[in-house]
Write a protein that binds this ligand. Structure first.
Ligand code: GLA
Length: 412
């Protein structure tokens, strides 16, 4: 009899704990910004490197324009868990342990992120999280981790939404707000299921510092890692079915950036402009300690960052494609718009854009801008100059692989 009375309570308890399992609320209200070790250093990471990067981010003013998550990617662990099943940081790479590093990052007013994988092993062959989710989450929380990037290698027969839900719940149990970054490469269309599980989700294979390469394995890159150029990522996934799922707290992740990693200056400018237009997380992927003045100028462009961080959180769409020219459009919270004119061709493009012939319609988010009806002030965000109004024609020469990125503000 006693048992029968207890049943409704047990059911209620289970329902309550289920209902309260959720991703950390209030995080990533704008696309997360920061630095990740992978693109430049792969598994060659260390405490010394990360501290150097953190210090440079502060002195170069990158922290102060918003890049505040410092994320160590694959390669931070020993090859085996300890006898109690805990992950162990590699003592040669991280002699003072991970908490020490997290404390250092926090002491600079920044946040600390770490990497693991939903499968049995990470992509670099280190111990994955499968079967240890709750134990690992507690360990991360005890170290002061603020961000977890969770990969998809060695996932065997796991189902993606279930596997990532388990880790989300484990993170929730710790009571520490931890941003959950899903890295399943778009394989099972995370934009359709990840909104309540993670704060951002990768949409493609791994980025490579090449503007329009299809795939590259000619530099010793292991073949299981696909390598996607900037244009390939843009064209594969940035379509209208995907953008409707991005909003504050939930972002399509176009991958860590390759700005400063060997593309031309024009291509770096374009890459940065696009990621900003697409409301992608802006994670630096270069060796920040050695950032050139020109690269820094791109990465610290406050007006472009403001487009990325716009609180409306709408991902840009391709408004027009005409030969080598593409025009991307992003509505902003105050009635302004950002437009990005991109020259994908190999020779300069002479732009003559007749404003009054254009009406830009975002049917997905029900926004429209018509230049026949109202006049807007045009500002060139890379030149940091006002360049007239939408009365007339926008004439410019855009170099190969370069952009002209502008904002349009209603003229009062
Ligand atoms: C995958 C991810 C990369 C990186 C590596 C680490 O390839 O997509 O971003 O985290 O694993 O091994």
């Amino acid at each position: 009899m006693k048992k029968l009375i207890l049943i409704p309570f047990i059911v209620l308890l289970l329902c309550t704990s289920f209902a309260y399992s959720q991703k950390a609320e209030g995080l990533a209200q704008t696309p997360p910004m920061g630095w990740n070790s992978w693109n430049t250093f792969a598994t060659n990471i260390s405490e010394e490197l990360v501290i150097g990067v953190v210090d440079s981010m502060v002195t170069m003013g990158l922290r102060d324009v918003g890049y505040n998550y410092i994320v160590i990617d694959d390669g931070w662990m020993m090859r085996e868990r300890d006898a109690a099943g805990n992950l162990v940081a590699d003592p040669e790479k991280f002699p003072h342990g991970i908490k020490y590093l997290a404390d250092y990052v926090h002491s600079k007013g920044m946040k600390f992120g770490i990497y693991n994988c939903a499968g049995t092993h990470t992509c670099g062959g280190y111990p994955g999280g499968r079967g240890h989710e709750y134990q690992d989450a507690l360990l991360y929380a005890s170290w002061g981790v603020d961000f977890l990037k969770y990969d998809w290698c060695s996932h065997g027969n796991l189902t993606s939404d279930a596997a990532y839900t388990t880790m989300r719940d484990a993170l929730h149990e710790t009571g520490r707000p931890i941003l959950f970054s899903i890295c399943e490469w778009g394989d099972t269309e995370p934009w359709l299921w990840a909104e309540d599980i993670g704060h951002m989700w990768r949409i493609s294979g791994d980025i490579y510092p090449c503007f329009d390469c299809e795939d590259r394995h000619d530099d010793g890159l292991p073949t299981q890692w696909s390598a996607w150029g900037v244009m390939r990522i843009l064209n594969m996934r940035s379509n209208d079915t995907l953008r409707r799922h991005a909003h504050p707290g939930a972002w399509n992740d176009f991958d860590m950036m390759e700005v400063g990693n060997g593309m031309s200056l024009a291509e770096d400018r374009t890459h940065f402009a696009l990621w900003s237009m697409l409301a992608s997380p802006l994670m630096l992927g270069n060796d920040v300690r050695k950032t050139s003045k020109q690269t820094l100028e791109i990465l610290k462009n406050k007006e472009i960052i403001a487009v990325n961080q716009d609180k409306l959180g709408i991902q840009a769409f391709r408004y027009m494609k005409d030969g080598a020219l593409e025009v991307w459009a992003k509505p902003l919270h105050d009635g302004s718009w950002a437009l990005c004119f991109m020259n994908t061709g190999s020779s300069p493009y002479n732009l003559n854009f007749h404003w009054n012939k254009q009406t830009i319609r975002d049917t997905e988010f029900n926004k429209e801008i018509s230049f026949a009806k109202s006049i807007y002030k045009v500002r060139d965000l890379y030149a940091k100059k006002d360049i007239g109004t939408t009365k007339g024609i926008l004439s410019a020469t855009i170099a190969s692989h370069d952009v002209l990125m502008v904002t349009l503000k209603p003229k009062k």
